[in-house]
Design a binder for this molecule. Structure first.
Ligand code: 5GP
Ligand code: MN
Length: 327
């Protein structure tokens, strides 16, 4: 497969109006990658819009340009180019899809192994730890500007998707990219302060309620808990505060798969997050059983059904995957 980076760079140079999209319920990699592209395109004089159904999580409000991300407008709009970054399928960009009156090119840039190649041009790099690192590659190879503001967005993107440079996806290349970003003069301490040390109290309250109901299964190889609607009400936490909650289940010694179940506002729908700690156990494969996707180590899905029934089905699928791995 040919690398489409040259084609993408040509289109960026040639065309004038751009819409940058990412997935709903955006995480750090989604917001950071989206904003980096927005700032870079503005810097080279393009007309740029950026939409998301969900607000930028509060902890990312400090990112340069964060206020440029808007809800999709009521009336569909025309663009020369639509770029989706960090979204594994077109459904995950949400209602933005219905607000594009026309576009010449749909470019799909992503690092999810489950990406279904929905673009006219697809640049999918599953070996990349973060979509932010692919965006960095695009900027470098296109000779586009890398300002300190753009680097700040990319650093936040890569930092969050690598667990602050701690997961196995933290390669030498990743650290080399990070070094170049820091070289623009950005302040690592300031970024970490906003992203990792500025949680609202309500998130800790929610965490207390969630951890009180931690359960272990399959000879303690599976750790799981629920975030119920009642827990959101009692703690006054926001949906965005669930990011990272699964990490506590994963952190237990001996656990192979961690599962977070979240009751969504839409009645009868459950969001699951999965984390695998063993290279032989594929979280993406488990998520796919339920129509979701992601990466080998981290994946998710949205599943219709009653909570007890969804829990039973997911636990059964996780047990089967652990057994198939022969561990
Ligand atoms: P998280 O558990 O942090 O929400 O997501 C972990 C990974 O799985 C992320 O890379 C995310 O994009 C992916 N993911 C989460 N939920 C879904 C889903 O419903 N569908 C798909 N295709 N991917 C998901
Ligand atoms: Mn990502």
């Amino acid at each position: 497969m040919s690398n489409p980076v040259h084609q993408i760079c040509d289109i960026i140079r040639r065309e004038r109006s751009f819409l940058i999209l990412t997935h709903y319920r955006p995480d750090g990699d989604a917001v950071g990658s989206q904003l980096a592209l927005v700032l870079m395109l503005k810097k080279i004089g393009k007309r740029v819009a950026a939409w998301n159904d969900d607000a930028v999580p509060t902890k990312f409000h400090f990112l340069p340009g964060a206020s440029l991300i808007r809800n999709p407008p009521a009336k569909p709009q025309k663009f020369d180019v639509v770029i989706s970054i960090d979204s594994s399928n077109w459904q995950r960009v949400g209602t933005a899809a219905e607000k594009i009156a026309s576009r010449k090119h749909l470019i799909n840039i992503d690092h999810h192994v489950s990406n279904d190649r929905f673009g006219d041009i697809n640049w999918i790099v599953p070996s990349s730890p973060a979509s932010g690192q692919i965006a960095f590659d695009l900027i470098r190879r296109g000779g586009f500007p890398l300002t300190r503001d753009i680097a700040t967005c990319l650093f936040a993107a890569i930092s969050t998707d690598t667990g602050s440079f701690s997961y196995a996806n933290t390669t030498a290349e990743c650290l080399h990219v990070a070094a170049q970003l820091v070289g623009t003069g950005l302040n690592v301490g300031k970024i970490s302060h906003h992203v990792y040390e500025s949680y609202p109290y309500a998130r800790l309250h929610l965490l207390r309620l969630v951890l009180a109901d931690l359960k272990l299964a399959d000879r303690k190889r599976i750790a799981y808990y629920w975030i119920t609607k009642e827990m959101f009400e009692e703690s006054r936490a926001k949906r965005e505060d669930t990011e990272g909650v699964i990490d506590y289940a994963r952190s237990i010694d001996g656990v192979v798969v961690a599962i977070l179940f979240e009751e969504l506002n839409e009645p009868g729908k459950i969001r699951i997050s999965l984390r695998s700690k063993n290279a032989k156990v594929d979280a993406n494969a488990i998520a796919r059983v339920f129509g979701g996707g992601g990466h080998r180590e981290a994946a998710g899905a949205r599943i219709p059904g009653r909570p007890s029934e969804v829990e039973r089905r997911v636990l059964r699928a996780v047990r089967a995957e652990i057994r198939a791995a022969g561990i």
